[in-house]
Design a protein around this ligand. Sequence first.
Ligand code: NAD
Length: 478
Amino acid sequence: MTKITIAKGDGIGPEIMDATLEIIIAAGAQLEIDEIEVGEKVYLAGNTSGIAAEAWGTIRKNKIFLKAPITTPQGGGYKSLNVTTRKFLGLYSNVRPCMSLHPFVSTKHPVMDLVIIRENEEDLYAGIEHQQTDEVVQCLKLISRPGCEKIVRYAFEYAKQQNRKKVTCFTKDNIMKQTDGLFHQVFDEIAKEYPEIENEHWIIDIGAAKMADTPEAFDVIVMPNLYGDVLSDVAAQITGSVGLAGSANIGEECSMFEAIHGSAPRRAGQNLANPSGLLQGAIMMLNHIGQSDVAEKVQNAWLKTLEDGTHTYDIFKEGTSMQKVGTKEFAHAVIANIGQKPSLLKPVNYANNAALNLPKYSRKTAKTKTLEGVDIFVHWAGTDPNELAELIKKIETKDIQLSMITNRGIKVWPDGFKETFCTDHWRCRFKPTTGNSIDKSKIIVLLNNALLENIDTIKTENLYSFDGKAGYSLGQGQ
Ligand code: NAD
């Protein structure tokens, strides 16, 4: 018997949760269930996180959480509970298998069978955003070495366990050389430990195009958070319906299982929704908690049901489907098929599907960190970068001088182009006049001089090198 927490969520959530639980319990799942309330009702009762403090206690105690989709109210002030849960509980790996069920579910990609492993805690999802000037807001993209190592290792271990042949990495490191560059670098490092598994890297734009066009070229794809969010919806949708895919959010201590789709409020309360996405999440949960025999039974019965042509509205197609059913009837059809296997689709065998046990991240020896300069960001409403340079030069010290000004990353001084459009947000880079390091106290002097000159400084970024390698980007055009 395993104790789990469930939340029925919003919109179609309660219907698909009831259907899912009915199926897995009929198949013999040994579960003791604690139900908590999350989502819209909790948000609208004034709790901006969408979950009460006691509910966190239940989730943390039981460690296994099966969650139906929830509605995040529109507008500012409400934080996404999904993102909060993933990050609070350290659920670093989001596993999203996307497989076509040809010829039973209509798809342009009959032999597609891929798994997206999405980094789940960092990237732009840190959600650290600031308005800095009248014209410019920023969102911090944070990528960490532990984050990259954990997710990339998870992808290779998953491929090894599932007997998959290739792991592909998608990044945009031709542009984001530090953040996506680190992800790619760690991928190359860890890939070497798995010589039996093929590895490759694609720039995300052409990789995504290739995945949407020829998904059969891919097996396991690992990527940073935002790309994984977007592309796993694409991958699920092109198998036939976003309503078919489930997702596992795996952490070192806790795990959460869900459908990849949302609460589809327009379909709620009408016995219409396809419960398959949440059911796929529940099957991953059963594997994770060591009830793989039940998981296997449910998956084979589900495949058989789809093969029988018993379809909910989202995948129903005249000519392919046999009967259109509602959520409840679909669940009952799956239950009736428990113990049976599909005949044309490949039956699953989950003999080797237990939770992965990965080594904990161990911190590396610190590198030699040298402060090589500073970027001071300035809010200035003028338009001529030469004029700004004259102003900024007034705050230079005898050891530190202005070396470059950029606007939205492109160098505008010295030798800028008059065609370059400039906003009111300027990055002024200061470097030492001699040598290649500065003393941190000098940054305070620069900022103080700026105050005296009435220059509106909005933030600073220190320019470090680590073991002699620059840890900051050049200006575009520099
Ligand atoms: P959605 O995934 O809820 O629905 C998009 C469309 O997909 C629906 O109109 C419906 O036609 C179809 N669909 C989705 N699931 C289906 C199912 N099981 N069966 C049949 N058809 C299905 O996306 P949305 O409309 O953008 O979002 C609605 C709400 O869900 C929003 O409040 C959003 O914040 C939330 N959301 C929650 C989660 C989550 O809890 N994990 C994930 C995504 C979106």
